[in-house]
Design a protein around this ligand. Structure first.
Ligand SMILES: [Cu+2]
Length: 496
């Protein structure tokens, strides 16, 4: 069986890495130096830009700045209109938002609107480079249901490092349905963004990222020893004593997080990447892979402080299942303290929004995408040609090669196959329903519209193509382990 073989192949790779003594995909509640975390730093809330309140004209300046990920240790980071991360931009369905993106980084970048369903020429993929010192002015017509999206660089061969250094911002698409449903929606108060990332730091607090990652880092993705939430280590969020909505984004380069609360309380998943689920899904533990988003409702009415924890990456075998201190425990990543202020929302809704139907029998064709490593055809992913290739259907990404042509207004079945390890697969410019995961129907919280799917074995997707992308500005599909993407595990398609 495929999955058995995957695990065996994987275990061999893991043993090789561990014997090589390389630092890998390990999360921990302690800093590398061994200091226990105090969870006494207020959770930073990215500033909210409500596009409609400023005439649907939004400016972002991408630049380098100084930020203290570790308390008292400011260091270089990259951010959008700030030293690290970026604002949360609220956009309303039906509006057209004029973005102005100024690149003051000192080198090229792009800004990809991950989860926005917009045409290829404004999608911000590797064909829309914003040159150093340049400005990009895309118009974004918002025509999709309420959802949590985000924005980040997608520059050919330099996506992983730029995101690692801090380039991540949120987009909140608002269609009024959360007001109709009576959901918490006061940003930063009972509607709280939670951006989770793992990082490795030097003793001076600076970010460790090798511009030329070694083969093992490329193979398994960059994994840090410390977890940050909204850009800081060990934060505390003071929340209302009531039902609170968390918009969780995994913006790690490679790590899957396995989230739960320290008291194992139940929470409700209300939305995934591309919008609301039909009903809230009660869960006590939630896996989130790179680039995925989940919105959850948590009841803090009992006023008990609680920790948010993550387990070792369940899909990294030996490699991810052991912390630097040798433990396999869950570790605390942040603290919630319900305050004296009562929450205004006391109940979970019974129903949410019925997602747009998607009928498998309407699919016009079927394609298969095999995600693998090895000797890839096409251009070499590195100048030396000595590093491992990461490829889709045996080919490394090539900006000059078109891999697929789709037709506007159609549905297709895409079968994604992962070899060797689990890959989070993302499609630009389209959303999909998961028809099956390893041959079984998806669990309820993965049954809505999405744009990322973690493929451990194989997944069958029903993809809806409703946005135009021409050969000059194609859409990407790729693995969202950023080192894999940079090393060639990406393809591109047109939709005409
Ligand atoms: Cu991958």
């Amino acid at each position: 069986m495929r999955s058995t073989m995957n695990r065996r192949q994987f275990a061999i790779g893991s043993a090789a890495i561990m014997s090589g003594g390389l630092v890998g995909g390990l999360v921990g509640s302690r800093l590398a130096q061994g200091d226990p975390l105090r969870f006494d730093r207020h959770l930073p809330i990215p500033p909210l830009i409500d596009a409609a309140k400023q005439g649907n004209a939004v400016k972002l300046k991408v630049s380098s700045g100084r930020h203290a990920f570790l308390k008292g240790k400011p260091t270089q980071a990259y951010g959008y209109s700030g030293p690290v991360l970026g604002p949360a931009i609220r956009m309303r369905r039906g509006d057209e938002v004029q973005m102005t993106v100024e690149n003051a980084l000192g080198f090229d970048t792009t800004v990809h609107w991950h989860g926005l369903l917009v045409p290829g020429d404004v999608d911000g993929g590797p064909h829309q480079v914003i040159k150093s010192g340049g400005t990009w002015r895309p118009k974004l017509k918002i025509e999709q249901p309420a959802s949590t999206a985000w924005f980040h660089p997608n520059l050919h061969h330099d996506t992983a490092r730029q995101i690692y250094m801090g380039l991540t911002g949120l987009i909140i698409v608002d269609d009024g349905s959360d007001a109709d449903l009576g959901l918490p929606r006061t940003y930063g108060v009972d509607d709280v963004p939670i951006i989770i990332q793992d990082r490795s730091f030097d003793s001076d607090g600076s970010l460790l990222y090798d511009r030329r990652p070694d083969p093992q880092t490329i193979q398994y993705g960059n994994r840090g020893s410390t977890i940050i939430v909204n850009g800081v280590v060990g934060p505390v969020a003071k929340v209302r004593a009531g039902v609170v909505r968390l918009r969780i984004l995994n913006a790690a380069n490679a790590q899957n997080f396995d989230l739960r609360f320290s008291d194992r309380r139940e929470f409700r998943v209300i939305a995934s990447d591309a919008g609301f689920l039909s009903t809230p899904v009660p869960m006590r533990q939630l896996r989130i892979s790179p680039a995925e988003r989940f919105e959850i409702l948590v009841d803090f009415a009992e006023r008990q402080p609680v920790m948010l924890e993550t387990g070792p990456d369940p899909l990294m075998g030996i490699f991810g299942a052991v912390s630097p201190d040798g433990s396999t425990d869950f570790v605390s990543i942040m603290r919630f303290e319900p305050t004296v202020a009562e929450g205004t929302i006391r109940d979970f809704p019974a129903r949410l929004v019925e997602p747009d139907a998607a009928a498998l029998e309407k699919a016009v064709r079927r394609r298969q995408f095999v995600l693998d490593s090895g000797i890839c055809g096409g251009k070499r992913p590195t100048e030396t040609g000595m590093l491992p290739g990461l490829c889709i259907n045996g080919k490394s990404h090539d900006l000059d090669r078109m891999d697929a042509e789709t037709e506007l207004g159609t549905l297709e079945v895409w079968e994604i196959v992962s070899f060797g390890m689990a890959h989070p697969f993302h499609v630009h410019g389209a959303s999909f329903r998961i028809s099956s995961l390893a041959g079984a129907p998806p669990p309820a919280h993965l049954a809505g519209w999405k744009d990322v799917v973690l493929v451990e074995d194989r997944a069958e997707l029903l993809v809806a193509f409703n946005h135009r992308a021409t050969p000059a500005h194609p859409f990407m599909y790729h693995c969202h382990i950023l080192e894999h993407q940079d090393a060639g595990m990406m393809g591109q398609y047109v939709c005409v």
